[in-house]
Design a protein around this ligand. Sequence first.
Ligand code: ZN
Length: 415
Amino acid sequence: MTANTKVVHAGMLLTEAGQAPKQQQSVLIEGERIKAVSSGFIDPPAGAGVVDLRDKFVLPGLIDCHVHLMAQFGPKIRMQIVEDSDPKTGFNAAHFAGLTLAAGFTTVRDVGAIGNPEVIFALRDSIAERKVAGPRVLCVGAIISPTGGHGQTYGYRQDVCACVQSASGTCDGADDCRRAVRRQVSHGADAIKFVATGGVLSDIKAGIDQQFTREEIQAIIDTAHALGRRVAAHAHGTAGINAALEAGVDSIEHGSFIDERSIELFLKNGAFHVPTIIAGVTALEMAKGGGMSAAQAAKAQLVGVKIKEALARSYKAGVNIAFGTDMGVGPHGQNAREFRYMAEAGMTASDAIKAATVTAAKLLNLSDEIGTIAAGKSADIVAVDKSPLDDITILEHMRFVMARGEVYRQSGSAT
Ligand SMILES: [Zn+2]
């Protein structure tokens, strides 16, 4: 036993979403890994500490498959983009990572940087080295976007746009798209994200329909897969969603206008839907509050309510649903608010938790590491006061967070 051995006494323990929670369980942790799960409150080995969660409901650390740690949308963002240096953006991102971890999210996938992607790569690595408190980060680097596409920056003078956007993801034509994907991988990207359609927050009147050609989409996906990277497609409009699914994309982000054909393709390929309902809700609120340009507001009105309907459809049809929030659009640290919208779309509490644990781990290709509380897995463990299976909104009130064996939050408990 090392000095890093701990025993968690859990009043209720949900080891895996979909299974029944058990009363009075112990989780033995050595270093950053779970060593064993056993019934009853076992005595700690000599020299080991006890984490007393006997009055808590304990579950696996939550996973958010769609965040943007380098930004926080709000009235000042357009000035911030041109004012903040890369180091300032990095410190802000570290702050947002801390808020996300405190909210019980022990793993996130960052799906695109505004500005210099080196910031997110550095943050990912510093968190992994335990120099900064934050969730495990997987990141895509720059968003793969065509010229004039959703992944670019607009509305400033041209030379300012050019200097604040991450141009390494911009590409046109199949060869150029292959190059852009390879460039992200060479810079350190864990996954690839491309814009299959227009998006709400790009300040350009280009709609929300397909942006890359089929040939370009195929080139992006095939190149990423050849390099062992999963591919996420930002997609609202139907044609773009289906073109990405037909080309073998791993996940559709948002998926506002999915149709019958999309559902067929999701099921056939085992692809994942990452709905991010809260982004639609937040964008709609901002549009109503006057915090958007005319081009952005028009698109917000179009997709704001559609995402929830899309989840209702995909969920009913049995599509893999992975949890994502698009935080950076909404406020970092409020990721768990997505659960209430998932419930409104018809998901059971158990399935919503599954989306944020087991299924998210599968999408991120980390099922051996995270998503359940089991021997050999990373010790990513969170706790709340009551069972989220009875009231999913309790996950908005996180009480305890352990990530990779280290306790980052403990409130409302005796120890
Ligand atoms: Zn996003």
